[in-house]
Design a protein around this ligand. Structure first.
Ligand code: AMP
Length: 211
């Protein structure tokens, strides 16, 4: 089934920090190994630091292709990975994100900080508005993202988000599951973000019967 990944480009967003606990590095390396074994191309932020470096290193070690997309400014400070299949230099972080989004057939976020959160939420926001129909996976290694998932659940219960939009983010625990989901992915039927699809919702957006 992982043969479905052959030739696909998969964007991986993850921490640049090098001092996170070991299990996160193990997950990053495992994901890199599986990408290489499945013949998928890694698209990522292009550095050799933290989980970003770990996933790229594992892809290259496994004989796979790793494409880095990095702003010229950051490449200038010496954190670009030196041995990538391809290193694309951009004018800034926005262009970098746009290139990653365009080139990727699927998106995976491992644990990370602001950068990772920004990236995964951007592709989710674009998907809920119908700009793309690519699979998006959150790799919840060691339950790192549980507090975030509680917030998203609460946002949905309070009608800040539709359940169908919450479901655009596939949450998994292990790298194998992330790639299985992508390999078998069929695009969801999206309902329009801003049209009330629930008859209990009044035209002004309030839920009937709520205070
Ligand atoms: P963070 O989660 O805050 O460590 O940020 C990591 C994410 O932001 C990665 O997925 C990268 O794509 C992006 N990022 C962070 N630092 C850099 C960098 N120096 N060059 C390119 N991308 C970066």
């Amino acid at each position: 089934m992982l043969e479905n990944l052959q030739g696909k480009s998969i964007a991986v967003y993850c921490a640049s920090s090098a001092t996170v606990p070991v299990p996160y590095f193990q997950a990053a390396r495992r994901l890199g190994e599986l990408l290489a074994a499945g013949g998928a191309r890694l698209i990522y932020g292009g550095t050799n630091i933290g989980l970003m470096g770990a996933v790229a290193e594992a892809v290259l070690k496994g004989g796979g292709q790793a494409v880095g997309v990095i702003p010229a400014l950051l490449q200038g400070v010496g954190i670009a990975h030196p041995n990538l299949t391809q290193l694309i230099l951009t004018d800034g972080m926005r262009e970098r994100k746009a290139i990653m989004e365009e080139r990727a057939d699927a998106f995976i976020a491992l644990p990370g900080g602001y950068g990772t959160l920004e990236e995964i939420f951007e592709v989710l926001t674009l998907k809920q508005l119908g700009y793309h129909q690519k699979p998006i996976v959150l790799l919840n290694t060691a339950n790192y993202y549980d507090p975030l998932l509680s917030l998203l659940q609460s946002a949905t219960e309070q009608h800040f988000m539709k359940p169908s939009n919450l479901a655009l983010l596939q949450v998994v625990s292990y790298p194998e599951e992330a790639l299985q989901y992508i390999a078998c992915y069929q695009p969801e039927l999206l309902d329009a973000k801003w049209l009330p699809s629930d008859p209990s919702e009044s035209p002004n957006g309030e839920v009937a019967g709520s205070e």
